[in-house]
Design a binder for this molecule. Structure first.
Ligand code: F6R
Length: 250
């Protein structure tokens, strides 16, 4: 695992964007696995900036997103489809038909999940999967205790995730209780993984995930078993790893 420590959120975002753009330049028709949440906003902003400068094109790139809230339409401002359009897709040259986000309004969630697994397979698998990490160590919506063997599945969100995500909604009651999410198996099948973390509130869980045992209690700890993971974080999120003696690149 490579670990890059950046000075602050902006530098972390720029470095993550550099890794994604290297992937897109190296293989223009690559499959990017994308994440939502607060952490990747700066990364997407940087990619948009480079696209607008003419340094980068996504014309052949395909994307699959990690997850979507169940019950939210793609036009709902808190849906992950809306987030992706707003933060990235509407501002770059990726073809709309090449962007894939789980359908939060699927009548049959199990069938939607099965179709998504097939889609990932038909696309040839994920070349680079971008991840954030929840305060409880979740990746996508794989919550503590979830089976590492799961593919895309229907999830009951934990209280801690509902609590963390209520900042995006008008009230806690409005946070959906269920989501559709890629499973750990889909994530571990990606050829390369880029995980980004920012802020002091992630420092403890980052240390646990990467210096502690691989355990279902900390889903991100499974990444220790992946052969090609890059962790990019700011100083605030990585300082406990560094204090524990883990080597990081500056
Ligand atoms: C989002 C996702 C989540 C977030 C995680 C961290 O698609 O899958 O696992 O990456 O909740 O969220 P932030 O970045 O808001 O701290």
């Amino acid at each position: 695992m490579r670990i890059y420590q950046s000075e602050d959120y902006q530098a972390m975002s720029r470095r993550a964007a550099n890794i994604i753009s290297a992937q897109v330049i190296y293989k223009p028709d690559c499959v990017l696995g994308l994440a939502t949440g607060g952490t990747p906003v700066g990364t997407y902003k940087q990619l948009v900036e480079w696209y607008k400068k003419g340094d980068l094109s996504f014309a052949e790139t395909r994307s699959v997103n990690l997850d979507e809230y169940l019950g939210l339409s793609p036009h709902h401002e808190q849906s992950y489809r809306y987030f992706m359009q707003d933060n990235l897709f509407d501002h770059i040259d990726i073809k709309p038909e090449n962007t894939h986000v789980l359908n939060g309004l699927a009548k049959n969630p199990e069938a939607e999940c099965a179709a998504y697994n097939k889609l990932i397979q038909d696309l040839g698998g994920i070349d680079l999967q971008l991840l954030g990490m929840g305060h409880n160590g979740h990746i996508a919506f794989n919550e503590p205790g979830d089976d590492f063997g799961l593919e895309t599945h229907l999830v009951d969100l934990t209280e801690s995730t509902i609590e963390a995500n209520k900042r995006f909604f008008e009230s806690r009651d409005e946070v959906p209780r269920h989501a559709l999410s890629m499973g750990i198996k889909n994530i571990m099948n990606a050829r390369r993984i880029l995980i980004i973390v920012s802020g002091e509130e992630k420092a403890e869980i980052v240390k646990k995930a990467f210096t502690g045992p691989v355990t279902k209690d900390v889903p991100a700890s499974v990444l220790q078993l992946h052969p090609d993971v890059t962790l990019v974080g700011d100083k605030a999120a990585l300082h406990k790893l560094v204090e524990a003696g883990v080597q990081v690149c500056g």
